[in-house]
Design a protein around this ligand. Structure first.
Ligand SMILES: [Cu+2]
Length: 127
């Protein structure tokens, strides 16, 4: 037997008219995580190589939140440290091939030295 009652299903036409609202809501929900993650995406990572008993580069302009990776690509041990107000740290004895990372947290000039080789200097200008 056929289904004579089908004509009553034409009611949902009014629901279809409302559906264009949904994509706008979806876009608004997607925009929230994009905005909250943007400061993290802006942080950069800088590579400072120790080679020939010198830092390369010897000057760096970075920003609060950036990371600096110290990579000992020399054939001698180094000991990277800083007594500067903007960043006080001591990475300790760093053997050839070893890496260590710091995070810049305060604006100012950071004078990075080496406990073993006093001629080594790296100036980081933290904005
Ligand atoms: Cu050194």
């Amino acid at each position: 037997m056929p289904t004579p009652g089908r004509h009553t299903d034409t009611g949902p036409i009014s629901d279809c008219a409302r559906s264009p609202v949904r994509p706008i809501v979806a876009l608004a929900v997607m925009a929230i995580p994009l905005l909250s993650f943007s400061p993290v995406a802006m942080a950069e990572e800088w590579l400072v190589v120790q080679k020939g008993r010198a830092y390369m580069p010897e000057t760096l302009t970075a920003h609060v939140g950036d990371r600096v990776v110290f990579s000992n690509e020399d054939d001698v041990t180094h000991n990277v440290y800083s007594d500067s107000k903007a960043a006080v740290f001591d990475l300790g004895a760093q053997k050839p091939g070893e890496k260590a990372t710091i995070v810049l947290q305060t604006p100012g000039i950071v004078d990075v030295e080496c406990e073993i080789h006093p001629k080594m200097h790296l100036l980081i200008d933290v904005k």
